[in-house]
Design a protein around this ligand. Sequence first.
Ligand code: LLP
Length: 382
Amino acid sequence: MFDVKTLDRFKTLETPFYFYDLSLLKKTLDLYTAELKKYNYHAHYALKANANDKILEIIKDYGLGADCVSGNEVALALKSGFDPSKIVYAGVGKSDREIITALNGDIFTFNCESIPEIEIINQLSEKMGKKASISLRINPDIDAHTHKYISTGRSQDKFGISHWMFDDVINTINSCSSVTLTGLHFHVGSQITDLNVFEMLSLRINEIVGRFRDKGVRIENINLGGGLGIDYKSPDENPIPDFSSYFSIIDKKLHREPYQQIHFEPGRAIVAQCGSLITRVLYVKMGKGRKFAILDAGMNDLIRPALYQASHKIDNLTSSGRSMRYDVVGPVCESSDKFASNLMLPETKRGDILAIKSAGAYGQVMAMRYNQRDLAPEYYSE
Ligand code: LLP
C-alpha cells in the first residue's frame, strides 16, 4: 500500500517507472542479518536480482558480500565497494576475460561448474602469479518444486558437477598448482516456497561433504546458494519472508564442524517486495467476452509473467469503483505481453495508475528495449 503523499508524487511522474520502498528494504535486511548473526552464517547478495546502485549501497552497508555470475557483475560489486573477500563468482560459462577480472579483484572464491573450467582458471591464475580459491558447484540432483526455467539442481540441468565426477575433479585439482579448493557450493533453484526442499538439500549436503571427507578432502566452506521464495499473492500482508523458519531448518539439518563456515546467496528474498512497477492505463477496450486494460508498461519492462507465467499482484491505486474482470496487457506486439487474465479490479479507466507489486527482483535488471521502447526509470521512497 502507498500513502497519500507517495500517490500524489506518482501522479506527477511520467509512467512507467520502478519505485523502491527503501524502508522496507532496510526492514528486510534488519531481520535477515539478525538471523545470520544468530547462527554465525555469511551471506553474499545475488546481484543479478537487482543491481541498482542505491540498493547495492544499502545492502553493502549491511555487511553482506556479493554473489556474481559475470565479469561485469564482479566489476560492479568491486566498484560498489563490496569487500573482495566476500565476493563469490558462479556461472557455467566464465570467459577468460571474466576470469581475469575476478583474479585481479582477489575475490573470495570461484564457484566452479566443470573440470575444463578449473583447468582454465588454473592456467590463467598461474600466468598471473596468483593462487585462485575455488569451490565446487555441486549438482545435488534435487527437484526444487519451482518453475522449470528456474530449477537448477536436477541432474538434467546444465549447472554444477555431478557425484559421478567427484574422483576426476579431485584428481584435476590435485594436478593444478595454482588453485586451492576451499568449499562446496549448491544452488538448486529460485522462488522455492516449500521449505522441505532446504531440508532435503541440507541432508544431501551432509552426505556429499562426507564423501569428500572419505576421499581425504576437508571442506571448510559450505554455500547453500539462494532460492528462498516470497509471497507474490499477498505482498502487503507478507512483505518479509520467513527467514527464521528457513534458517532454523538449515541449522537443525545441516551438519557443521567447528572449522566450517556456512554461506548463502539470497537475491529475491531481499529485494523483491520493496519494488513496484508503476504504470498508467492507456486504454480500456472490449474483446470477445472480455475487457482489456492496456497499460503503458509491457513485457519489456517486466518479463516475468511472459517468461515464467509468473503472477504479480496488481493494484489500481486511483479507482475504488465496482469490481470487474480485466485482462491486463502491455503495449508490446506479442500476445505473451500480458500481466494477468480475468483479474478482478475496481472499474478501471484511461489514466488510472496501477502498481504491479513484488517487482524489485528480476524486474528492471531483465528489462529490454524490444520495440525500441525506453527503459523505465527508477525512483525511491527516500
Ligand atoms: N545463487 C545463484 C548461483 C543463482 O543462480 C541465483 C539465481 C541466486 C543465488 C539467487 O537466487 P534467489 O535467492 O534470487 O532465488 N529470473 C528468474 C530467477 C532466476 C534466478 C537465477 N539464479 C525469475 O524472475 O524468477
